[in-house]
Ligand binder design. Structure first.
Ligand SMILES: [Zn+2]
Length: 178
């Protein structure tokens, strides 16, 4: 059905060719942690599976992590990779946990997402490929970015501020590829 829709689009709008092909070639493979569909289903809750493995979106204002104000690390719910920290979490008012930078540039990956008739930048765990959310360019000053993340895709580990290893505030806008 997806392909039939693509071909209809190509027939009607030949100009769609570059972005359609780009979207399909953005599929990433070869993540360090890899499991079959059934294996993921056995270790994730249905809600986690829908977001992490099927690129679903949780309903806004439903994640307890939205109101998490303690110091600590937000890790991938699927493979436990550290993704974000309390140091860059801020209240965006969107209903999803929001951060202005990831914990580092190697644990969080991005790809172009052209679903929903608009170009967005998808954010995923760089270790297992689990979908996390999207990043937008309307964040606070330090990076100007807003990582809009599904809370169900993460777990929170409290940690004293001085033990949060990464010097996240030093992440600059130009260091982040999206
Ligand atoms: Zn992961």
């Amino acid at each position: 059905m997806k392909y039939r829709f693509t071909w209809i689009l190509l027939t009607i709008f030949p100009g769609c060719i570059p972005f359609t092909l780009a979207a399909e070639s953005d599929e990433q493979e070869g993540f360090r942690v890899s499991k079959t569909k059934e294996e993921w289903k056995s270790v994730l809750t249905p809600g986690q599976y829908r977001v992490l493995r099927e690129e679903g979106t949780e309903h806004p204002h439903t994640s307890a992590l939205l109101h998490e104000k303690r110091d600590g690390i937000f890790i991938c719910a699927a493979c436990k990779t550290p993704l974000f920290s309390s140091l860059t979490k801020y209240k965006s008012g969107t209903g999803w946990p929001s951060y202005y930078a990831p914990i580092n540039q190697t644990n969080v990956g991005t790809k172009v997402d052209r679903q929903m008739w608009s170009k967005r930048t998808e954010v995923h765990c760089a270790v297992c490929g689990g979908h996390l959310g999207h990043v937008f360019r309307d964040g606070p000053k330090s990076t100007g970015l807003r990582y809009c993340i599904n809370g169900v895709a993460m777990k929170f580990t409290p940690k004293p501020k001085n033990e949060i290893e990464q010097a996240v505030p030093t992440v600059r806008r130009k260091d982040i590829k999206n």
